[in-house]
Design a protein around this ligand. Structure first.
Ligand code: NAD
Ligand code: IPM
Ligand code: MN
Length: 355
């Protein structure tokens, strides 16, 4: 097949991990006879430096015209002064909004060979397999912001329709998995959460009676997530809670650098990015874990291009590379056995070719 993929390397470790994702996509295209047009575009802090705009018009247009978008990460201290008016993060939020990708899927699966990589006990982690469905284009991220010398305000709004559509995505996913949905909110305090809980209950009763639904308060969910992570199947939550809980959940897998994500809307076009940021503390050293990005490329193949065999092959290649100790320092068995970002990419490509 022919596909048009917009590629946004971004800032910090973004370009380093995206380079490995691109090698994998090229290898998949070659092995399976596809033609992927991969177009790199300026985005984030790099685009601010070039044009003053984190999401230049040309980049947005290319993303809207593409079949899918692969993104590394954006941001960094040089664009993060409290008084900064233009920020890389604004470009990311604007892109998610413009693409209409309201459903952010963040799967967390514990690789048996990485049980020791986590700071948590192996017996708690064994067999963990869950998916977060994070609402991505609403909530406090997108509400009105105000600032005066004595106060600051961020407004959090959710509409009934916004809750309905994200709950449906999560429920359909639960139907294909173990049939268990946990909805996370703060309905003991927040009005938006009371709406969230009401709508979720109604949609699930009316449309998904066979999927079990449990409501959980976000503070308690943060605890249960590391106390008994195996019990979770699909978790649905609003934008900011999902942001925070998925960084926490990455430590189940062993590293923030391992988790991919797919952001989906109504059609098949999607935005694919690792859940981590630009990691300024390790940028430029060639040691960032590329697995989150490579696995995001696999999600792209599956969800936007309908290439499920190719996606599974790429996921298997990553899993086997990890098993055979092709690991960056964040998950390496010991310091002296750690490989660079590129060598891990090499190992994944080798496994892919051998498949
Ligand atoms: P971060 O996710 O960049 O890094 C947090 C920690 O995890 C760091 O110690 C980092 O070294 C480590 N880490 C992250 N990715 C890794 C990888 N692939 N391999 C190995 N280690 C990895 O979060 P931060 O430091 O709080 O934020 C830095 C910048 O990134 C900020 O400007 C923030 O806004 C931005 N950010 C962007 C995105 C995105 O582009 N989607 C996501 C999160 C944060
Ligand atoms: C993420 C990031 C972003 C978010 C930031 C950079 C705006 O943390 O993708 O998880 O909060 O959504
Ligand atoms: Mn985040």
């Amino acid at each position: 097949m022919k596909a048009n993929i917009a590629v946004l390397p971004g800032d910090g470790i973004g370009p380093e991990v995206v380079a490995q994702g691109l090698r994998c996509l090229r290898a998949v295209a070659k092995a399976y006879g596809h033609e992927f047009a991969l177009t790199e575009l300026p985005f984030g802090g790099a685009a601010i430096d070039l044009s003053g705009n984190p999401l230049p018009e040309g980049t947005l247009k290319a993303c809207l015209e593409a079949d899918a978008v692969l993104l590394g990460a954006i941001g960094g201290p040089q664009w993060s002064a409290p008084e900064a008016q233009v920020r890389p993060e604004q470009g990311l939020l604007a892109l998610r909004r413009a693409l209409g990708v309201y459903a952010n899927l963040r799967p967390v699966k514990v690789h048996p060979a990485l049980l020791a990589a986590s700071t948590l006990k192996p017996e708690v982690l064994q067999g963990v397999d869950l998916v977060f469905v994070r609402e991505l284009t609403g909530g406090i991220y997108f509400g009105e912001k105000r600032r005066d010398p004595r106060s600051a305000t961020d407004v959090c709004t959710y509409t009934v329709e916004e809750v309905e559509r994200i709950v449906r995505v999560a429920a359909r996913l639960a139907q294909q998995r173990r049939g268990k949905l946990v909805s996370i909110d703060k309905s003991n305090v927040l009005e938006t959460s009371r709406l969230w809980r009401e709508v979720t209950t109604r949609v699930m009763r009316a449309e998904f009676p066979k999927v079990s639904l449990e409501h959980m308060l976000v503070d308690s969910a943060a605890m249960h997530l590391i106390r008994r992570p195996r019990d979770f199947d699909v978790l649905v939550t609003e934008n900011m809670f999902g942001d925070i809980l998925t960084d926490e959940a990455s430590m189940l897998a062993g590293s923030l650098g391992l988790l991919p994500s797919a952001s989906l809307g109504e059609g098949t076009r999607g935005l694919y990015e690792p859940i981590h940021g630009s990691a300024p503390d390790i940028a430029g050293q060639g040691i960032a874990n590329p697995c989150g990005t490579i696995l995001s490329a696999a999600l792209l193949l599956r969800h936007s291009l309908g290439l499920s065999a190719e996606a599974a092959a790429l996921e298997r290649a990553v899993s086997e590379a990890i098993e055979h100790n092709a690991r960056t320092p964040d998950i390496a068995a010991s310091r002296d056995r750690a490989l660079s970002t590129e060598r891990v990419g090499d190992a994944v490509l080798e496994r892919l070719r051998a498949a």
